[in-house]
Design a protein around this ligand. Structure first.
Ligand code: FEO
Length: 174
């Protein structure tokens, strides 16, 4: 059973994960419009993953006899200054999510809520991986440059990352 304050904190986390899903969907659409197919594919996949992150928490709350609330999602931006700005925003949002997960872990520890503490460890690992991936992408953009002549090469890099991620997902059965 969840404490009322843990239930409400988990419901707040749903909003962040849901917003990430819609933000990334909006980014995927912008990439599509810009002809950046590799980037679009990457962001569509990230968006789907965020929906799964949201639903994992949603189901957990109800499984623990709480009441999961379908979140109200704010309208994300539709346009982005550049690919570099877009990935800067992804990285910033992931850092915000990591900070929120760390707060939840601290709360579950303080409340001696071992079930929630255990449940959250998956997110701790996921955030470590997501932040590392976004840093890798930003490092590559820094190396390639993000002027108009570089977009083709950035998109090819993202496509390489897509292939690696697809292979890993197939190997883990996701
Ligand atoms: Fe579920 Fe990438 O935060």
């Amino acid at each position: 059973m969840l404490s009322k304050s843990m239930e409400s904190a988990l419901n707040e986390q749903l909003v962040l994960e849901g917003y990430a899903s819609f933000l990334y969907l909006s980014m995927a659409s912008w990439c599509d419009q810009e002809g950046l197919e590799g980037c679009a594919k990457f962001m569509y996949r990230q968006s789907e993953e965020e929906t799964q992150h949201m639903m994992r928490i949603f189901n957990y709350i109800n499984e623990m006899d709480g009441h999961a609330l379908a979140p109200a999602i704010a309208q994300p931006p539709h346009t982005f200054e550049s690919v570099k700005v877009l990935f800067d925003k992804v990285y910033a949002h992931e850092q915000k999510v990591t900070a929120a997960i760390n707060e939840l872990v601290a709360q579950s520890y303080d409340e001696k809520d071992h079930a929630t503490f255990n449940f959250l460890q998956w997110y701790v690992e996921e955030q470590r991986e997501e932040e590392a991936l976004m840093r890798t992408i930003l490092d590559r953009i820094k190396l390639i440059g993000d002027g108009p002549q570089s977009l083709y090469y950035i998109d090819m890099e993202l496509d390489k990352i897509n292939k690696i991620e697809e292979k890993e997902a197939a190997a883990s059965g996701e």
